[in-house]
Design a protein around this ligand. Structure first.
Ligand code: SF4
Length: 378
């Protein structure tokens, strides 16, 4: 429940278009389908209306517009999407409304449309300040365009900006990563997401790595980059609140926190998922054509065990950890009853601790081997 007494609900809006596909990307997005933007916005706004009506125009506390590349919509199209969200859901006072954008394609008109529609948080996919690494990733922008995008966003009143950066890129050194981090800090963003590159099977990047055409930085180098990130961002006044996420005080992404707490959310658009009543997942068709053809969402009922494991998996990603009281309230049995043996094993290996304020969280060592710890909880 929120302070105002309603059950917290989030909203995710998916925009599945990209100009071209980045070499590492396995997100649900398609390149070369720009002609479908108009019918897509028609279908999306119709779905927003239908979902809002079916739920009785509920209060929403966070809205996240992700992709794909939301900034590829025309400003008028984005305005229609935002207007539909306002018309069919009640956006709470102080509702965080985030939108992802590509720094190379961000116009003043698009930013003005976002602001007019109430968007108060902008997330820029920058990845690296080293322009020599960006083409290999398939990114179609330069660092100078990131700088420009941040300045333009500030001029339009955005006071909550995230910059996404990537560690462990082929050819990246710890020194190079430090330069990227310094360049990002010079822009004084309120939030930084520093992700390790994951080479996803089936992507062009994975093929090039497998063929030996590209090699990833050694594990020690990646560890050095991450260690430096933790130290440097702490010194610069950012608090780490999740493995990869860092924020100035009061600027943690509420949408992220909402999802990691397993609160319900409504996902609209191709490939969007929803969590309903804590136990039902709806998955819209990932393919744009299937979405436009009106294929219905797949429904998956989560078992009690799956629901509990999701709470652990999501909670342990955060630096706060699993909230023991919230766990018991959500699942009807205590964390110790559900996971006493697995928790004990992590405690004995100093990978996790119980905190005096009622959380079970990973230690720094535990965070480093999170996947192994989670296997014990499966
Ligand atoms: S812009 Fe984002 S969603 Fe689109 S291809 Fe690149 S990484 Fe994937």
């Amino acid at each position: 429940m929120t302070d105002s007494g309603h059950k917290s609900l989030g909203m995710y809006i998916h925009i599945p278009f990209c100009a071209t596909k980045c070499s590492y990307c396995d997100f649900p997005s398609q390149a070369g389908r720009m002609a479908l933007r108009a019918p897509y916005v028609d279908a999306l706004t119709a779905e927003i209306a239908a979902r809002g009506q079916a739920l009785g125009t509920p209060v929403v506390d966070t809205v996240y517009i992700g992709g794909g590349t939301p900034s590829l919509l025309q400003p008028e199209q984005m305005s229609r999407v935002l207007a539909a969200a306002h018309a069919h859901f009640r956006l709470s006072d102080g509702c965080e409304i985030s939108c992802e954008a590509n720094p190379g394609m961000l116009s003043a008109r698009f930013l003005a449309a976002l602001r007019a529609g109430g968007v108060n948080r902008l997330s820029l996919g920058a990845q690296s300040a080293d322009d020599s690494l960006l083409p290999m990733l398939g990114r179609r922008h330069s660092w100078a365009q990131v700088v420009q995008a941040v300045h333009l966003a500030r001029q339009h009143g955005f006071d909550n900006i995230n910059i996404d950066l990537m560690m462990g890129i082929p050819g990246q050194t710890p020194d190079g990563w430090q330069d990227t981090l310094e360049a990002a800090l010079a822009l004084a963003p309120e939030h930084l997401s520093c992700y390790g590159l994951i080479v996803e099977e089936g992507t062009p990047l994975a093929d090039r790595v497998a063929a030996g055409a590209l090699s990833l930085p050694p594990e020690e180098a990646e560890r050095a980059m991450y260690d430096h990130t933790l130290r440097r961002l702490a010194r610069a006044g950012y608090t780490q609140y999740e493995v990869s996420n860092f924020a100035r005080p009061g600027r943690a992404c509420l949408h992220n926190l909402h999802c990691w707490q397993r609160a319900d959310y409504v996902g609209v658009g191709a490939a969007a998922h929803s969590l309903v009543g804590g136990d039902t997942r709806l998955s819209n068709p990932a393919d744009i054509d299937a979405y436009l053809a009106g294929y219905s969402a797949q429904v998956q009922r989560l078992t009690a065990e799956e629901r509990r494991f999701e709470s652990v998996m999501l909670g342990l990603r955060t630096t706060a950890g699993v909230d023991l009281a919230a766990f018991e309230a959500m699942h009807g049995l205590s964390f110790q009853e559900a996971y006493g043996d697995s928790a004990r094993k992590s405690l004995e290996q100093a990978l996790a601790v119980y905190t005096p304020d009622g959380f079970f969280r990973l230690t720094r060592r535990g965070m480093d081997v999170m996947n192994t710890v989670l296997l014990d909880f499966l």
